[in-house]
Structure formats: structure tokens, C-alpha cells
Design a binder for this molecule. Sequence first.
Ligand code: PGA
Length: 251
Amino acid sequence: MAGDRTPLIAGNWKMNGLRADGRALARGVADGSAGVVVELLVCPPATLLAPVAEVLRGSSVRLGGQDCHAAENGAHTGDVAAPMLADIGCAYVIVGHSERRQDHGESDAAVRAKAAAAHRAGLTAIVCVGETEQERDIGRTLDVVAGQIQGSLPANGTAANTVVAYEPIWAIGTGRTPTPEEIQGVHAHARQSVAAALGDDVAGGMRILYGGSVKPDNAAEFMRLSDVDGALVGGASLKADDFLAIARSCG
Ligand code: PGA
């Protein structure tokens, strides 16, 4: 982790939780966050944004959405617009998560349009990239990640309004992870790709998170890597103690 990039530990709750669960989890994270030096973010499902925002009021824990539409409003049944997320208290939104890319056929161009919409609404976009197991097996990881970065980051991306999350698809929810050396290699390559797209200054300041089976017992070895600036955490973010233990492992 480099000194000038504040680490970000983001919890992606995915499609989990009713209001009572969401409030309790947010309360646990907020209560345990005193003394945590990194930036903490929780991304609940859309129905929990309002109750979680209420619980987090006055705490340093930030709120984010899990997706947004590229348009500001209109006839898009079931979707949520970036200004709606900002209005409810979000500072961040995840875009291009592999579950969206796969389940909803989102292309790099669609992800870029969502990230641009996030920026227009004043949100920081967390743009997810990562290879499938098959792409890894045939040695295409670096090409895939570079191509997704090239295609998914808007031209006005800055270190302040954009975060990249490297999430190998085969590591999500599986308990399997790349080695620390592999992660550092992909992150360094990802940073070069950001530099090629947006310039060296932006790349030097942009946070690149690792995601995929991050747990309290493996987080420290990932967070010490020079190009890893935090984590996007799925399963382990559903327990406040585990999420906070991951955050503490950055220190
Ligand atoms: P996981 O999910 O931590 O459960 O592997 C990570 C993610 O999909 O963001």
C-alpha cells in the first residue's frame, strides 16, 4: 500500500438482508469503526440504503450503491439512477461487478456509461474488472484486465472520482485466491493501464482494490502489497467483526 493513497475497505452486501439485518450490521460496523484508520464503505442492496443511511448518520462509515443506470431518470423499470443514490446519502457506487457483467450482459461500454453517470451525480465509481477462470488458464489475465480498464473508465476519471477493483471471477465466493505475488503483478499492470488511459498522475493516485474471498485471515498479506489500496469484500462483509478485522489488517 502506498502512503499517499488512503486505503478503502468496501463491503458489498449483494442481495442480502432485510431491514432489521441491515440496521444491525450497519450499527455493528459503525460502532466498531472507532480507531480504524482506513476509509470504510458499506454497499447494501437498494432497499436497505435508507435505513442504513439513518444508522450511519454521524459516523465516518460511507454508504454506496451496488449499481446505477447510465441515465439520470426515465422509463427504466427496476433500475436506480445515480442522482437517486446521491440523494439518499451515497458517496460511492459499484459499477461493472462481474455478477452484473455476467447476469445482465453489461459490456465495458455500458460500465463506462454508468461510471460517467456516477461522476455526474458527484459519486465515486468503483469500477470492477477481472478475468474468468478460463481466461486465467490460458494466460490472458493481464490482457483482459487491461482491456476492461481501457473500455470501462470514463475519460474524465480522476483519482478522486474513480476506484478500480480487481476481482478475479474464479475467486469470488469460492475461498480460492491468487497468490500475493500474482495479485501484486495484476495490480501493477492495472495501474499501468490506468496510466495509459488517464495519465501517470491519475494512475499514481488512484486506489486499486483487490476483491475475491478476502477474509480476516488472508487480508493482511494482500493489504501489504504496494499496489493494493484496499479490498472489496463480499461474504465477509456480512459480519461486522470480520469486516472490521479486515479493515484493521491494513494498519
Ligand atoms: P467475496 O465477494 O468476498 O464473497 O468473494 C467479493 C465480491 O464479489 O465483491
